[in-house]
Each structure stands twice: as C-alpha cells, then as structure tokens.
Design a protein around this ligand. Structure first.
Ligand code: 8YV
Length: 313
C-alpha cells in the first residue's frame, strides 16, 4: 500500500518529524528553493498538510493542493490557517488545544510575577554589579490584587484558577459571558482594564480581535496597571503599547507574543519596564511532546476513520 503524501510546511520538533516520516511520505515545503513552482509541479500528489501555529497554511497553498484531504496543525491558535478555504472544500483541520493550557497559564503567571516584582530586571541589576552600590528598588505586590482576563476560554480559565493561589480577585471580558463561570463578567474591555491591576490577554488572534488592546484600553489600565500577553501580538496595538510603556501610561508589560515574530520592535526592547519572552509559553518537553502526539493522532485518525481526533471549531 502506498503511504499518503504529506506536505510539511516548515521545520517541526525533530521527534515529530521522525514519527511523520515513519508513517507517511513527507515532503518539506520550506526546503524548496521555489515553493510555488514545486506546488505547481507536484501539488496534486499531496493528501495532507502538516503545519504549526506560526506557519499556518494560506488559501493559495490550499488551492495549489487539489488532492488535499486533511490539515494537521501543531498549536492551539489557528489564525494563520485559512480555515474558511479548507472548509469550503470540506477539508478537516486538526489542531492541539488543551494539552498546552497548563504551560501557557504557568507562563502567564510567570510574566505577572516577573513584571510586577521585576525579577528579570533585578537579575540584570545583580549581574552588572549594581547590588554592591545599594539595594534593588522596591517593586509591586502581586498577591491579593485584581486580575482581569481578556478571553475566558480554555487557557483563560486555567489562568483564573492559578490566581486563587495568589488570593487574587478575577474578572473577565469575552464576547459574551461564560455560562456557569464563577468569575465576574465585565461588559466591556475598557471597564475590565479600569478595574484590573493586571490585564492578561488570552483571546484568540485573527481579524476579530485585531488591536482590541488599544491606546484607550491602555489608558484605562492606568499608571499602576500591568499588561500581560500570552495570546497573539495582533490583539495588542504594539505602537500604542510602546508609547504607554515609555510615558508611564501603564506600569509595565509582560509579553510572550508579538505582531511580527520573531521581530520585536526596538522600542519595546528599550523598555526596562517590559519583560519580553520569545514565544515560549507552550515550550516544555512535556507539552510539546503532547502537542506532537496530537498532531500525529489527528492524521492517524483521519486516514483510519475520515475524521481528525480534534478539529478546529
Ligand atoms: C505554537 C502557539 O505551538 O499553540 C499555539 O497557538 O502559539 C504555540 O504553542 C508554537 O509557537 C509553534 O508554532
């Protein structure tokens, strides 16, 4: 029996690449000097696409694959996958939600604590020898404060659970209230920002959430407020954020995601009141292994039953 041909958009976890190569006839598109010409030549031979949240797969690529039956993406965010183009052809899209909730929520809390208590800044202070000249300046308390969450989905609700260990009050804003949620609902993002000491962005990316965290929202968060983003850079107006950090409109920001990764604006890099991580929230051995397993399971399930195990909604 011939093995299904799978188009791999870019580099993946080496163990995942090995497992894919053992089960399928895999071809790496990113290895092609002229990907468009390659697709024009061989596009019809592929039954599946494997990609990740950062690379996604666009409408032009889907159109260049007339035999495409299934897409399996490594990641919970599918803002870079043209789901509408896939759906129009009845192509199911598998993804990897839930298995990364804990690590992403842990990272959100790491950023909350780091940006308020200034651990990264204090580490720089010690290493440059400044402690010898005097103590590190006082920082801001986390325990007992108000945590506002934009996007009370799978990850947002795990972040909210973490907050109880820090005796924090939690409220959230969503398109609509979550039925049965024990947390207070704020009808607007602005009222949430006004209320919160920490505003954590956990909303999906894409056109519907583009620049939701605007200049006005940052002004509402205020000079004692901190912004944390573990979702997508696109949800925050990055220029307005840089201005707010420079001018003291907000107290600080902890970011794991940016609008144009891996390029981070120099203005953010220059802000000592920002903690900047290189999109690592799901990046632990355990979680990335679980995500890889789900990528494989989505393909296995599709070729065995015609359905992926976990499909995008
Ligand atoms: C990605 C992510 O998996 O899951 C997501 O949506 O953003 C990350 O966990 C990682 O960046 C690889 O694309």
């Amino acid at each position: 029996m011939t093995r299904p041909r799978i188009l791999q958009m870019g580099k993946l976890l080496p163990s995942l690449e090995q497992a894919l190569a053992a089960a399928y006839d895999v071809h790496l598109l990113a290895g092609e000097a002229d990907p468009r010409a390659f697709l024009a030549r061989e596009g019809a031979s592929f039954a599946g696409v494997v990609t990740n949240a950062a690379l996604g797969v666009d409408a032009a690529t889907i159109a260049a694959l007339p035999g495409l039956q299934v897409i399996s993406s490594f990641g919970v965010g599918f803002d870079k996958v043209d789901v509408a183009a896939a759906r129009a052809r009845g192509i199911p899209v598998g993804y990897t939600p839930d298995v990364l909730n804990d690590c992403v929520a842990d990272t959100a809390f790491g950023l909350v604590i780091d940006v308020a208590r200034r651990f990264s800044a204090a580490d720089r202070f010690l290493r440059r020898g400044s402690w010898l000249q005097g103590p590190f300046p006082l920082a801001t308390r986390v325990s007992g404060k108000r945590l506002g969450i934009l996007g009370m989905g799978r990850i947002g609700s795990v972040i909210a659970r973490r907050a109880s260990g820090f005796d924090m009050q939690v409220r959230y804003h969503n398109r609509r209230p979550v039925e049965g949620s024990p947390y207070g609902y704020e009808p607007t993002l602005e009222s949430l920002a006004r209320w919160a000491d920490f505003l954590v962005v956990a909303a999906a990316g894409g056109a519907g959430t583009q620049h939701l965290v605007s200049r006005e929202i940052l002004a509402a968060l205020g000079p004692q407020g901190f912004l944390v983003n573990i979702a997508r850079g696109s949800v925050v107006d990055e220029q307005a954020l840089a201005e707010a950090l420079e001018s003291g409109t907000i107290a600080g920001a902890g970011l794991d995601v940016y609008a144009d990764e891996p390029r981070v604006p120099a203005r953010l890099i220059a802000c000592d009141n920002a903690v900047l991580l290189p999109h690592l929230a799901s990046g632990t051995h355990e979680t990335r292994r679980a995500m890889a397993d789900l990528v494989l399971e989505n393909l296995r399930s599709f070729f065995a039953t015609g359905k992926v195990a976990v499909a995008v909604p």
